[in-house]
Design a protein. Sequence first.
Lengths: 315, 425
Amino acid sequence: MEVLVVSLLNGLVYGMLLFMLASGLTLIFSMMGVLNFAHASVYMLGAYFAYTISLYVGFWPALILAPLLCGLIGAAIEMWGLRRVHRHGHVAELLLTFGLALIIEKVVQMTWGLLPVPYRIPELLDFPLFRVYGTQFPAYRAFMLLISALMFGAIWLGLRRTRVGLVIQAALTHPEMASALGHNVPRIFTLVFAAGTALAGLAGVIGGNYQVTEPAMAFTMGPIVFVVVVFGGLGSLAGCFIASILMGLVQTFAVVFDVSLADLLAKFGIAVTSSTPFAEVLNVTLPRVGALLPFLLMVLILVFRPRGLMGTRDT
Amino acid sequence: MTLLRRNWPWLLALVVLLAFPFLFYDWTRGRHSGFVLTLMSEIGVMAIFALSYNMLLGQAGLLSFGHAVLFGLGAYCAAHTVNLVKAGTIWLPTELVPLAGGLGGLFFGFVLGWLVTKQRATAFAMITLGLGELVSAAALMFMGFFGGESGITINRVMDTSLLGVRYTSPWQVYCLVLAWAFVAAALMRLQMQTPLGRMANATRDNFERAQFVGYDPRRVRWMQFTLAGFFAGIGGGLYVMIYEIVTFDTVSAVKSANALLAVYIGGAGAFFGPVLGTIVVVLLQSGVSLLSNAWLLYVGVLFIVMVMYAPVGLAGLLGMHAPIWRGGRLRELLLPYLRALPPALMLLLGFVLLVELASFTTIGAAQGKRFAIAGHAVDTVSPVPWAIAVAALAVGALWLHREARALRERWDTLMEDAKRRAGAP
């Protein structure tokens, strides 16, 4: 029970962090059909920006400034990069962001060095909030939950209730028609791209000191975020939310339960010895395959339901 | 005779590739340069890999992020085959070890292809990405087949050679790589002309119409994927022969990305584009990575420049000159090109200087390295070199912009001329 509650909370925190990254990506992906490979790189940039800004003016201004900087970078990428290669098709757009990811990683290494930087939790939030069965729950994790929940609410209301949100939704599904009605669709694209990267930057600000701020953080986070977006389905913020939480929980719980298929078979009276076929596969314990489970889930859902969990159209 | 006349580029390439290592031959000691031979063998292997990748991207329009899975699994199969031959369990000539890799690749291409070819376009790309991650993680997990982190090691010196060669020297291995590279490239070239190759093009260009004509696009994709696996596996088999070890690196996403880079930089539209791209990418990786910390940045910038300004790739750029060449007026482009060269060099120099300065101030300083140009130590924190770099970058960019306009005008008139000729023969 104790393990269950603690893992549930941790999984929720990780899932919400994933959601902050994935929500921007899913908006970009469903609108422009571009899987932005540089999205996790912007997440990393957000963390590094926040680290540098917090050295001078503290954490709280960084919480605002770093995402804004990331949003500006996103707008620049869209206006001078993606828009130019758009006519060469989706593959070219995807490859452009792929090249950008390479460059950003190297630039980060050259600016901040190869080693992790000491980006710390602000002192104001550095205390245990409450105890669950003897395990402390840090206040910062609660703060992360709060920020991501606020953001989810803001996006949801923004997309559903405001005029801009309605135009964005129209441009998501019917870009030509929205354009014919007199809306500046390229500008909406830039806006969405900037907003999406700003969200990634925000995730970086609050995720950078939760995890480790290092040049490899984009590479470890990137594939998981893709999995979340594809799993959740195109054009569906709700699907993205469910997928994020699911992936967060799956990864957290997989670390906790030290069981293998062989243990499961043993319950049914089948003993696995080294001579059993596939003994190696059966003996692998769950924590070791934990990092794999998201990819397995993604491959399965793409094979059997290509539009994802709650997607409205095929990828 | 007609065969010779039609295939002279292949023969020329073979002669050049056989002669090239002798440029670096150490006559005093009577030895080949090991570095050059290994580098060229690597290019040969990666060229096969890139060509097989182009069977998917170029021919069938399938963007795969996990092609190294087939390459690596082929390599593991070849390694196990070699070890079985050494143990005396089976008999196989040394020369046919890459074929064992190829058959491994074929098998896994068939099995995994069943799964991935159910979808196309972005979904295909995502499934292959996931599959790549799955297999590279599995390679670390399962000791029996993959050997965990240390991989599988072999000894390529076997007593089963058909030609009586023992493959102890890099030169002998290079010849083996060259032979297999030519066989594989020729087969892939021929495959393009088979009905399957043509149908792959058709499903790429108009998937619905191909379906309407009565072909099953999924089957076409599956068969194409399986064959691509076969050739990637041959590359994997050769990789084992060169390095005598295969680790989880061979199935990793980095390896897959390399094929993508090579194909895109070289040009997916032309058959030899991927080979061209492979040469550029391998030289960048092996050459520049020795000289600079920031080689990945150069690869990324080159990649972005190609995507933005030349999506047809190097081979496509060369191909664009064909109509002007046929008109016999290629000479008139020489002057504008020569005029554009100095500003381009200046731009490049400024950029490289800037990157190196930045890289040496942070990474270099942490590693205790000093930045030196031709033996002169450069103080990376003083503003002078930075100012020079920025100035070279800015002036070069403005100057190149001007020259590029002149080049474009000349180009347009020449193209008009070529079109007129083609229109009225």
